[in-house]
Design a protein around this ligand. Sequence first.
Ligand SMILES: Cc1cc2nc3c(=O)[nH]c(=O)nc-3n(C[C@H](O)[C@H](O)[C@H](O)COP(=O)(O)OP(=O)(O)OC[C@H]3O[C@@H](n4cnc5c(N)ncnc54)[C@H](O)[C@@H]3O)c2cc1C
Length: 400
Amino acid sequence: MRLHSGSLYWPETKTDEKKTYPALEETITCDVLIIGGGMAGALCAEEFSHTSLKTVLVEKNSIGSGSSSANTGLLQYSNDKMLHEFIEEIGEDKAVQFYKLCLEAIEELQQVTGTLAHPVDFIRRPSLYYASDENDAAKIKKEYDALYKHGFEVEYYDKEKISEVFGFEKPAAIMTHGDAEVNPYLLTHALIETANIRNVEVYENTAVQDAGREEEYHLFKSEKGVIRAKKVIYSTGYETVPFAEKLGAEINRTYAIATNPINELADWTYQALIWETKRPYFYMRTTVDGRIVAGGLDEDKMETPVDEAFIKERGERLLNHIKKHFSLEDLEVSHAWAACFGESNDGLPFIGEHPDKKDVYYCLGFGGNGTVSSKVGAKLLAGLIQGEEADGSEIVRLDR
Ligand SMILES: Cc1cc2nc3c(=O)[nH]c(=O)nc-3n(C[C@H](O)[C@H](O)[C@H](O)COP(=O)(O)OP(=O)(O)OC[C@H]3O[C@@H](n4cnc5c(N)ncnc54)[C@H](O)[C@@H]3O)c2cc1C
């Protein structure tokens, strides 16, 4: 499966020496095997590095080379499905608890980033979520009411306020506080390097396959090695959805760009993360080196295109969309890419033990908030695997 195509921006930002890890060439035994060295696996590795469990992470290619290098790095607690919509679907208690878990995950990510081996450009930012048209203005008001009622820090912006603060015209918006931006590629690398320095063994170029059971162990084989693991976590991203038929998930494709660095970004109020109510939605953020990263234009197709001209054309469309908000004449596309994007039908991630396979767990952050939900997942799985209470596990479990 080709997870992305075109020209990615984030890998170019890793200018210091990239740590590499050996391929597995022996038989090893561990308590916890994490399969996949993307954002989800990296967050799990960091979480387990605080335990005494012997943990191993394997990646079939190189660290962070999957969807995590295409991720646009917005860390938001608001999900693609709004709080008031979740309340209607799963009830007030569960919906509010899920949103609070996401908000806490961003707080925890901030703390974690302060302990990592390298900087990852984590910066707290507010989010502006605007109504794409007059019809959605009522939805925005409903969302404001739901967030405010449950104690989230939120402001309501009418048309005049949006124009005064941001300089563009939209019917209504909410400004939420508690979100952040990050460089997802640097974060993935720094989490794994830090976990490795602590106690987690890491192997790259090590594709593993389930090879059955041997007593209390799950057996996994790679080209030259064998892993015996008591517990297994699949953090394999969009490539493995063995239970999708039952739960319902879709893999589509989406597009993103990074622009050239420009000087006028100081006028981008609060350097807020900006997104909208339309589906599929357009979104944008700024970067520490003065670029704009934007994304959207999702299509119901699973394979990512290889035609450079096609990706470039989608990139120009995203650029024009930015220019509808801000008059930035010198703005150009410097990188444009396409990527697979997985979404569950109910808008929740897949986190927990496989209903029919003991000691086999999944940390799959499907949806626009993959990083935040993977952080929720990493904590939750560390709790479940150590036999502790794991708040919220009922909401995201695989047989929900
Ligand atoms: C364009 C785009 C923009 C996004 N923007 C955001 C955003 O702004 N904020 C946000 O929170 N989320 C965002 N997401 C979602 C986010 O990227 C993903 O949820 C997350 O980064 C994926 O991480 P992952 O670890 O689950 O998957 P991946 O990064 O794909 O990692 C999975 C890894 O598992 C490895 N693997 C698979 N099978 C095996 C095997 N058998 N053996 C060994 N290794 C294996 C793969 O090689 C891969 O490296 C975005 C996604 C896309 C595509």
